[in-house]
Write a protein that binds this ligand. Structure first.
Ligand code: NAD
Length: 493
């Protein structure tokens, strides 16, 4: 079993307390690697390395085109190592190899896209109203960035956060989830190979409440960028406020997939199933609330059940597997709890509804892909994020009804709309409060397209040109070329 170390200042560094945590393969239910259990002392080492790299040394002096060149080299190395990194992610989080391979092969795009932005970060010259002044703005890197990530797509989140941060000229300390840290520890070795100076990238691992919390409190950290649950996001937001750190949060969702009776029903059924059963439902953008027009509710539900029955559970490494294990034991228990709650609240289970016990499944934690119908908006199953393959079906009458139900949530990450009516697609896209709207598609992402949440789903945006602003501060510079001394020094100029 391989034992990993932190990566600090370009070196492999053992945890100061001498403790490691087992990383468990959720398919086999066995430990397969060990990661450091970092503490506040490790957090300090990593942040100080990132701070030195930010303020002294070659990174601080490097021109942006040279930064971009290193990022492009890193993109090439990710491409070369994509299969290896994808396999590690599957060992660590149990998601399908087909999904993780797709993600890893796509990730170099973020590094190349933001490399292209690195030397186009421009300030402005202002047409100022005060005479004899030259005024301009500078866009400066915010400083040391701490990136805290979730277990479901570890390296995708690294790409979303760090490609923009590094292009902006920041340095980073990454704290991946204790459930899936190995791919990030392997990835960071590529940054050394790409030629990044020591201290620009650092990775420390361990529990959120221990090393994660110490990173947030560290005085040399300027910005926290976080992906995870809204409960942890709220804690981090409050904690970061004490030292006035900048914060971006990518949090959970309870996204509605809204199916109108005029849509292509086959395409909608495929989109709804992929929205909730892909990645075993362990995705922030899961379309976990299906809002379906009452006129087609029975027919569409039957279509979904038939499609759901074709899902093959099994080894996530195999290409014909559709549903892998649930990544963590607590998550497994939570999903089963929600299935029980839904039944108690009166929802009718038409598919699955419990643990999967097929003979071909080993020790890992599997649940049945599950569909509940006759769900009402007041039920917990319609309000709370399950983060598993559990779909709640709610009927609606017309557009106004659909908008009311869709927006009746604390979340606002994404929504799907299925219709052939163009006017309706524009009206609905404007009316739904969510960061991403998909019309006649679902779960599409791109490095070119901003992504992020409204309401409890988060703060800030990743991907697209706007994302780089999350890692920049605007500085305003006033230069006077008036040689006359102001007549009254006691008033504002
Ligand atoms: P989590 O909130 O439990 O943990 C996320 C990270 O935060 C981990 O690295 C963890 O160690 C760390 N952490 C926990 N407590 C901390 C603390 N007190 N201080 C600092 N760090 C702390 O989330 P999870 O279970 O890993 O991930 C699932 C959640 O992530 C779901 O809610 C899902 O919707 C969300 N998610 C959001 C997006 C998005 O882009 N919006 C993407 C994927 C997942």
């Amino acid at each position: 079993m391989k034992k990993y170390n932190h990566f600090i200042n370009g070196q492999d560094v053992a945890p100061t307390n001498g403790n490691w945590i087992d990383s468990v393969d959720p398919y086999r239910g066995e430990a397969w690697a060990q990661i450091p259990q970092g503490n506040a002392a490790d957090a300090d080492l990593a942040v100080m390395a990132a701070h030195r790299a930010m303020t002294e040394g070659p990174w601080a002096q490097m021109n942006p085109s040279e930064r971009a060149r290193l990022m492009i080299r890193l993109a090439d190395l990710i491409e070369k190592n994509a299969e290896h990194l994808a396999e590690i992610e599957v060992r660590d989080n149990g998601k399908l190899l087909t999904e993780m391979r797709g993600q890893l092969n796509y990730q170099p795009n973020w590094w190349r896209y933001f490399a292209g932005l690195a030397d186009k970060i421009e300030g402005s010259v202002m047409p100022i109203d005060k005479p004899q002044h030259f005024t301009y703005t500078r866009q400066e890197p915010v400083g040391v960035v701490v990136a805290i990530t979730a277990w479901n797509s570890p390296l995708l989140f690294v790409a979303w956060k760090c490609a923009a941060a590094i292009a902006a000229g920041c340095t980073v300390v990454i704290k991946p989830s204790e459930f899936a840290s190995v791919s990030t520890l392997e990835f960071v070795q590529l940054t050394r190979e790409a030629g990044f100076p020591d201290g620009v990238f650092n990775v420390v691992t361990g529990y959120g409440a221990e090393i994660g919390s110490a990173l947030i409190d560290h005085p040399q950290v300027a910005k926290i960028t976080f992906t995870g649950s809204d409960a942890t996001g709220a804690l981090i937001y409050a904690q970061a406020a004490k030292s006035m750190k900048r914060v971006s949060l990518e949090l959970g969702g309870k996204s509605p997939n809204i199916v109108f009776d005029d849509c292509n029903l086959d395409a909608a059924a495929s989109g709804v199933i992929s929205g909730i059963f892909a990645a075993t439902g362990q995705t922030c953008i899961a379309g976990s609330r299906l809002l379906v027009q009452n006129s087609i509710k029975a027919q569409f539900t039957e279509k979904l059940v038939q499609l759901g029955l074709t899902a093959r559970k099994g080894d996530p490494m195999k290409p014909d597997t559709n549903i892998g294990p649930v990544t963590t034991q607590p998550q497994y228990e939570k999903i089963l709890d929600y299935m029980r709650i839904a039944k108690q609240e009166g929802a009718r289970c038409v598919l699955g509804g419990g643990p999967a016990t097929d003979a071909n499944l080993p020790g890992g934690q599997f649940v049945e892909p599950t569909i509940f119908t006759d769900v009402t908006p007041e039920m917990r199953i319609a309000k709370e994020e399950v983060f598993g393959p559990v779909l709640s079906i709610i009927g609606f009458e017309d557009e106004a009804d659909a908008i009311r139900i869709a927006n009746d949530t604390i979340y606002g990450l994404a929504a799907g709309i299925w219709t052939k009516d163009m006017g309706r697609s524009f009206r609905m896209s404007a009316a739904i409060k969510a960061g991403t709207i998909w019309v006649n598609t679902y779960r599409a992402i791109s490095y070119m397209m901003p992504f992020g949440g409204m309401k409890h789903s988060g703060i800030g945006r990743e991907s697209g040109i706007v994302a780089i602003q999350e890692y920049l501060e605007t500085k305003s510079v006033w230069i006077s070329y008036d040689d006359n001394v102001p007549s009254n020094p006691f008033v504002m100029r």
